[in-house]
Design a protein around this ligand. Structure first.
Ligand SMILES: Cc1cc2nc3c(=O)[nH]c(=O)nc-3n(C[C@H](O)[C@H](O)[C@H](O)COP(=O)(O)OP(=O)(O)OC[C@H]3O[C@@H](n4cnc5c(N)ncnc54)[C@H](O)[C@@H]3O)c2cc1C
Length: 423
């Protein structure tokens, strides 16, 4: 930390602080980057607008590549002590056919499974590890509202606190404030919108003895339904055509419950748990990316740089991988006070390729599979690539690799992250 001062006015106080790097947004990208930079001896402050990490479901997947990163940081065993479910394989049901599609057991990594863990447990874990490092500060209930600029360069962030304002001056501001990023908008960065033909309704149903073990996806006439085993409950995702939410609501909750029961007959006895629409959350799917992820003094990562489609459930993985790549490239220049705009550009260069390829594949599946199923008025047959995967199990490693590891996996450059003040 470089310095702090506080000034009281009549009712609002303004706190000013200087730090080497200010990260806005305590999601997977921001918390991982904060932890890594702090471990590298960089003074870092993470601003998170919420009071805690408890919030609506936003994906609970910890991918094999993230587990590998946790291993590289020496934190894997501790992390896996937290309650979680392991998924070594994923299957889809098309019509009445159950088709095994993804098999993580052949991946060249330590943990050959996806760990389903509430995201708040994972974020709390990263926060706790960060707090063990003297150069790490996390400010909750600090909502960034604007950038501080000087001659076209971003030199800090202004944030709203419950009782005043916070001005953080920093050599680098990282925007990891998610798909509705305020900072990328304030920075005027150009967004390329790729679009999506669907939205998703998320809700929970209780899980009971005798229910299937495996998480599953079901494609049926005009409908797509996903159920994720979360131990005591099922996290359910009901995929709907874009902008059809209002008409689904108009048809009424009993009709919605009937549809759910038809897609998951074993849960017929508990669809009544959906008592009102407040229990069903709408995720408006958007797929986009920034043309340029940075400006002098500012870098965007994670969803703030590229909102991913829910296809494959890879958003968290990409957010973590961005954080690792950013830390690998930026830790030393930040610590040694010699950060250049080219360093920021190199982070984009490293991560843009995996982002573009992943989004291209997602858009392909959205248009070729999701849109067709949602439009279909009769049973769809499994597309040929899926049939091929059923006949040739080794092919299930392809989606496993794309989902579990991703394109261009990142590894913690451990030499940088063992730094201490005395080193
Ligand atoms: C319903 C749903 C289900 C999903 N399921 C999956 C899944 O199964 N697997 C998967 O990989 N991905 C999933 N995703 C996507 C995944 O959640 C994101 O891709 C991932 O969380 C991105 O991480 P991030 O750190 O970039 O951003 P986020 O996780 O969005 O974190 C941004 C953080 O910034 C904070 N913030 C925002 N604005 C400000 C501000 N102005 N000041 C301070 N803080 C701010 C937010 O409170 C938040 O904590 C899902 C998303 C949703 C919405």
């Amino acid at each position: 930390m470089m310095g702090a001062s506080a000034r009281d006015s009549t009712s609002m106080k303004t706190e000013s602080i200087s730090v080497r790097c200010c990260i806005v947004g305590g999601g997977p990208a921001g918390m991982m980057l904060g932890l890594l930079l702090a471990r590298a001896g960089v003074g870092v402050m993470v601003l998170e607008k919420h009071a805690d990490f408890l919030r609506d479901f936003r994906g609970d997947t910890i991918h094999p590549s993230t587990l590998e990163v946790m291993h590289e940081l020496g934190l894997l065993d501790e992390l896996l002590k937290l309650p979680h479910q392991k998924a070594e394989r994923l299957e889809v049901q098309i019509g009445d056919m159950k088709l095994p599609l993804v098999d993580f057991t052949g991946l060249p990594v330590r943990c050959r499974f996806i760990a389903f863990m509430p995201q708040w447990d994972f974020l709390n874990f990263l926060a706790r590890e960060g707090s063990r490092t003297p150069t790490f500060t996390l400010r909750m209930q600090a909502e960034a509202v604007g950038l501080i600029e000087d001659s076209g360069r971003v030199v800090g962030v202004e944030a709203r606190l419950p009782d005043g304002l916070l001005q953080v001056r920093a050599d680098l501001v990282v925007a990891s404030d998610g798909r509705h990023s305020v900072l990328r908008e304030k920075a005027g960065l150009e967004v390329i919108v790729l679009g999506a033909p669907m939205d998703v309704l998320w809700f929970r149903l209780s899980r009971r003895p005798g229910d299937p073990e495996q998480s599953m996806g079901r494609f049926d006439t005009g409908r797509i339904f996903v159920m994720i085993n979360r131990g005591t409950y099922w996290q359910c995702g009901y995929v709907i055509p874009k902008q059809s939410y209002e008409s689904i609501r108009e048809r009424g909750l009993p009709a919605f419950r009937e549809n759910v029961a038809a897609l998951a007959p074993f849960a017929n006895d508990r669809v009544g748990e959906l008592e009102n629409w407040d229990e069903i959350k709408l995720l408006t799917v958007r797929v986009d990316r920034l043309r340029q992820w940075h400006r002098p003094g500012l870098l965007c990562i994670g969803d703030a740089a590229h909102a991913m489609s829910p296809i494959g459930g890879v958003g968290i993985n990409l957010a973590i991988q961005d954080a690792v790549a950013a830390a690998n490239r930026l830790a030393v220049p930040l610590r040694e006070n010699r950060l250049t705009d080219d360093d920021l550009h190199q982070v984009q260069r490293r991560r843009e390729f995996p982002t573009r390829v992943t989004q291209r594949l997602q858009v392909l599946v959205q248009n070729r599979v999701v849109a067709r199923v949602l439009e279909s008025r009769e049973r769809v047959a499994p597309p040929w690539p899926i049939r091929l995967m059923v006949w040739l199990p080794i092919l299930r490693r392809i989606p496993a690799r794309l989902i579990g590891i991703g394109i261009r996996p990142e590894h913690v450059e451990t030499a940088n992250f063992r730094y201490t003040e005395s080193a």
